[in-house]
Each structure stands twice: as structure tokens, then as C-alpha cells.
Design a protein around this ligand. Structure first.
Ligand SMILES: NC(=O)c1ccc[n+]([C@@H]2O[C@H](COP(=O)([O-])OP(=O)(O)OC[C@H]3O[C@@H](n4cnc5c(N)ncnc54)[C@H](O)[C@@H]3O)[C@@H](O)[C@H]2O)c1
Ligand SMILES: O=P(O)(O)OC[C@@H](O)[C@@H](O)[C@H](O)[C@H](O)CO
Length: 469
């Protein structure tokens, strides 16, 4: 029988001093930030580790601690024309602090001069204001409020600030986090000197991350355990590709030499174009394929890409509707689209459509709706494939064919609208709370979506795609 991975089973693995505070130890962070720290350490360019702060009451803290914060990253895919199937034990998490049970340990991080960087991935829901958070809470509920408490302790100790690089997939993440911290600072009456210290002594960077991380290798774990010779409940699979665009000052690449390590990390003074390109051309097709694929009984991105009818849909939505609307030379953006399709075809990882479907309404709003609007304005007609995926999404939120995974308030709006099927499309398109605008004002949208829903409902998504050929 194999033993759980730990420093007892692997006594010769290196340890490094703590240089990073990391909020969140989810799959993505473990396969992205911690993996990259390890690559810098291996080249002798960083020599640091991250202390993980558990952002929510329930988390992986106990599990991580049981494994002495060691875990395996499995990279699987084709990268630069080579097949990659690598396994690496990651040693760049030093410990996990649960602020719900060890709040003083958490605040004590402020005392350590060796800690210079703060990173986070608390999902898109994490960088948000939480009304009930108070100065004396141990800890406050939200991530920004927790961080405010830590930064205030650091300020009171008259120590230098941090470089703060959030990874959440929200636009201008570093700025939003900074704004929320200032909001708490004012609400909690922490004083103007603290607000000035936040601005002058800390560097809030916006960043954009890209790596497909399906997570635990479900279905392959027994085989891997046999191969690795240990059990590891924290192993995580990821594609070999990665991109991290960090908008920050020029000196940052000296202090955090990710790019010098040969990693695809870009330090820039304007990340906007990179973000637009990725959100619309990678996350957009993900969100577009989900309801159509699920309605046809497909389960993974790879199955979509292996299916001739569905992969043609992905190619065409990218090349005909999304790419031409982006502010990039078309040739470059088409080359990027082709690389993404190759990543989607990765035969070694199982990326579940269900996992991408989580909170699909807000994802459609961020990833596809802006392009639908741009297309309609520029061409005077609606993009047929984006509309078909929109119709499939709305149909899937009837909840009878595939389970919905969204916020209760979003599901309630759909239940109410679907209770009167004949007016459903008009009712739902009018909901500014969902789309940020009244979509019934877009010429032809009601009729197009009604017709698409009818078609999808009667004949299914495969037939609807075949008709569009
Ligand atoms: N998995 C991917 O392929 C991938 C790729 C790029 C970006 N991302 C982004 O990373 C995020 C996390 O993905 P993951 O695969 O690591 O998921 P995960 O479930 O493994 O980890 C989620 C992490 O977020 C924390 N969290 C959840 N809700 C929170 C809240 N309300 N406040 C504070 N913290 C909260 C959890 O404690 C956990 O640490 C996703 O939202 C996604 O947008 C994922
Ligand atoms: O992670 P989500 O749930 O916000 O979105 C699902 C995917 O589109 C996303 O995880 C991509 O795989 C990722 O953004 C690639 O970098």
C-alpha cells in the first residue's frame, strides 16, 4: 500500500524561506503560481516559498498540512510540437494558515520583513465588498477585508509595503482590490496616513492569467498512485501552456524574475489588449460551447473538439465572429485562435463542460455579449453563432435538460421568466440585472433568439448546428 506524500516519504526535498503571502490554495494557484515559483527556485533565481492563507472557513488547509504542503503537478499536452507528460512534486508552499482558527498567526505575517509579495485567487466572487465586515472581526469574511486588516497591522508596525498581484479573472483586478481596501480603510476609520501608505508604499498590479487547470485527475488516480509510489490527494493536472501578463513597474521583473526563467510571463504597462484577446477568444468559445455541447450529451471540451459538427462551430465562432471584432491585426489573432483550438484538443486532460458552466450567465455577459453588441453595431446584423449559443444558454436555464449551476437569485429570475414560456425571451432579455442593459432594444434579437430556442428545443443542438452549415 502506498503512503501519503509527505516530507517523511520524501525527506530530501528542499525548503525555502517565505517570500510570498498567497490567498487561496485552490487547483489553479497550485498549478500556476506555486509551480512558477518552483521553476524560479530550480534556476536559483528566487529561492522563496509562499505561505498560503485559507480565504474561506472551509478549505484545503488540513489536507495540505497532512501532506506537509507537498503535492504533485502533472502537466499533460502538446507544447511547442512536443508531447509533455511531466510529474513534479512542488515544494513552494511552506505552510497554510487558517485565519478562522489562527487569526493571530495570520496577523503576525505583517511582522515578517522577508515577505514581499502578495498573490491571490479567490475566484471572481472573492474580490468583492462584503457589507458586514468590521474592523474587529477575527477574521472579517471577505478577502479584501482580511487583507485590509493585515496591511493595517503592517502599517502600524511602520514596515515597508508589499507588491500585490491578484490573479482573479476580473478586469483590472489589482485596482479593484486596492479600491476595496481603501473603502474598508475609510469605513473602519483607519486614518488618512494609512490610505497614503497604501498608495505610496505598496504596488498593486493588475494581472491576467491563462493556463487550463482541470484539477484532480479523476479516474486516473489509482494508476497514478501506482506509478508515483505515493498517494496524493492534492495532485493537480494542467496543460503545459501558460501566460501571465502583469501590469506593473519596470523594476518588478528584477524582483520577481519569472520572465528570466523562460516562463511565458509578460511585464507590461498596459495589459488591456492581452486581456481582451484572452477573455473573448479563449473563455468566449468555452462559454459558447458549453450549453450546446451539454444539450447534445457531450461532457468535455475534448469531446466537443473531436466532434466534427461541434468543432466546426468552435472554429467558425472564433474565426468569423470573435476574432474580427478584436482590436488586433487579424492575422495575429487568427494564429492565436488556432493555438487555442489546439489547446482545446489536448487529448491528455479532461476539461468538464459542467465545470466551465458554473455561473454561465455572468460569463456570457463578460465574454460573449460585448462581441455580440460590437458585431451588431459594426455590421448591422446579428452574429448567428453567438446568438445560437445564447439561445442554448437561455434554454439550458429552464433547468429541465441539464442542471443549472448559478447563484440562487439568477436561477429565480429564470424560473419566474420560464413560468410564462410565450413571453420568456422578451422578459429575460429585458433584465438589466443580468445583462447590464435592456437587450430587447437590439434590433432583431428577440426574434432571432425565439427562433433559435424553438429550433434547439425541437431538434436539438446538433441539428441546429447542422442547419447553419
Ligand atoms: N481552473 C482553470 O483552468 C482556471 C484557469 C484560469 C483561471 N481560473 C480561475 O481561478 C479560479 C479558481 O479556480 P480553481 O480551479 O483554482 O478552483 P478551486 O475550487 O480549486 O479553488 C477556489 C479557491 O477560491 C477560494 N474561494 C472560493 N470562493 C471564495 C470567496 N467567495 N471568497 C474568497 N475565496 C473564495 C477557495 O477557498 C479556493 O482557495 C476560478 O474562478 C477561475 O476563474 C481557473
Ligand atoms: O475558470 P472559469 O470557471 O472562470 O472559466 C472556465 C474556463 O473558461 C477557464 O477556466 C479557462 O480554462 C481558463 O481561463 C484558461 O486560462
Amino acid at each position: 500500500m502506498s503512503h501519503p506524500l509527505s516530507r517523511t516519504t520524501h525527506p530530501h526535498l528542499p525548503s525555502y524561506p517565505e517570500r510570498v503571502i498567497q490567498f487561496g490554495g485552490g487547483n489553479f494557484m497550485r498549478a500556476f503560481v506555486n509551480w512558477q515559483l518552483q521553476q524560479m527556485n530550480r534556476q536559483g533565481l528566487f529561492q522563496g516559498s509562499a505561505v498560503v492563507v485559507q480565504p474561506t472557513e472551509r478549505g484545503l488547509g488540513d489536507l495540505m498540512t497532512r501532506q506537509d504542503c507537498l503535492y504533485t503537478v502533472l502537466l499533460n499536452g502538446i507544447f511547442q510540437n512536443r508531447t509533455v507528460n511531466s510529474q513534479e512534486i512542488i515544494t513552494t508552499v511552506s505552510r497554510v494558515i487558517n485565519p478562522y482558527t489562527h487569526y493571530e498567526d495570520y496577523l503576525a505575517l505583517a511582522e515578517d520583513d522577508g515577505l514581499e509579495f502578495i498573490t491571490s485567487n479567490t475566484t471572481e466572487a472573492g474580490i468583492a465588498y462584503h457589507a458586514g465586515d468590521c474592523r474587529g472581526d477575527q477574521p472579517p469574511a471577505s478577502f479584501p477585508a482580511k487583507l485590509t486588516a493585515l496591511l493595517f497591522r503592517r502599517f502600524e508596525l511602520r514596515k515597508k509595503g508589499f507588491v500585490i498581484i491578484p490573479c482573479e479573472l476580473i478586469d483590472r483586478n489589482g485596482e479593484k482590490l486596492h479600491q476595496l481596501i481603501e473603502q474598508y480603510a475609510r469605513e473602519w476609520q483607519l486614518g488618512e496616513a494609512f490610505v497614503t501608505w497604501l498608495r505610496e508604499e505598496n504596488t498593486f498590479c493588475c494581472s491576467l492569467v491563462d493556463r487550463i487547470v482541470p484539477g484532480y485527475p479523476r479516474g486516473r488516480d489509482q494508476e497514478l498512485e501506482h506509478e508515483l509510489g505515493y498517494t496524493d490527494e492534492l495532485m493537480v493536472t494542467a496543460e503545459p501552456y501558460l501566460l501571465w501578463v502583469i501590469e506593473g513597474p519596470e523594476w518588478l521583473s528584477e524582483r520577481l524574475p519569472l520572465d528570466q526563467t523562460g516562463l511565458n510571463v509578460i511585464f507590461t504597462d498596459d495589459m488591456t489588449p492581452y486581456r481582451e484577446r484572452k477573455v473573448h477568444l479563449l473563455n468566449g468559445p468555452h462559454t459558447a460551447m458549453v450549453p450546446l455541447g451539454l444539450l447534445a450529451g457531450l461532457e468535455t471540451v475534448e469531446e466537443v473538439m473531436q466532434d466534427e459538427c461541434f468543432s466546426r462551430f468552435v472554429k467558425e465562432i472564433m474565426e468569423k465572429e470573435l476574432a474580427p471584432m478584436l482590436n488586433f491585426p487579424l492575422e495575429d489573432v487568427l494564429a492565436y485562435a488556432s493555438d487555442i483550438q489546439e489547446r482545446f484538443r489536448n487529448p491528455y486532460i479532461r476539461h468538464e463542460l459542467r465545470s466551465i458552466s458554473l455561473n454561465s450567465i455572468s460569463k456570457f455577459k463578460a465574454r460573449l455579449l460585448p462581441i455580440l453588441l460590437r458585431y451588431q453595431q459594426e455590421k448591422g446584423i446579428l452574429p448567428p453563432l453567438i446568438c445560437l449559443s445564447f439561445a442554448a444558454l437561455l434554454l439550458s436555464y429552464r433547468g429541465d435538460r441539464i442542471p443549472r449551476q448559478d447563484l440562487p437569485e439568477v436561477n429565480d429570475v429564470f424560473d419566474e421568466a420560464w413560468s410564462r414560456p410565450s413571453s420568456f425571451v422578451t422578459t429575460i432579455l429585458r433584465k438589466e440585472s443580468l445583462w447590464g442593459a435592456d437587450l430587447t432594444k437590439i434590433p432583431g434579437l428577440i426574434q432571432t433568439i425565439e427562433a433559435d430556442i424553438r429550433q434547439l428545443d425541437q431538434s436539438g443542438s446538433r441539428a441546429a448546428l447542422q442547419i447553419m452549415k
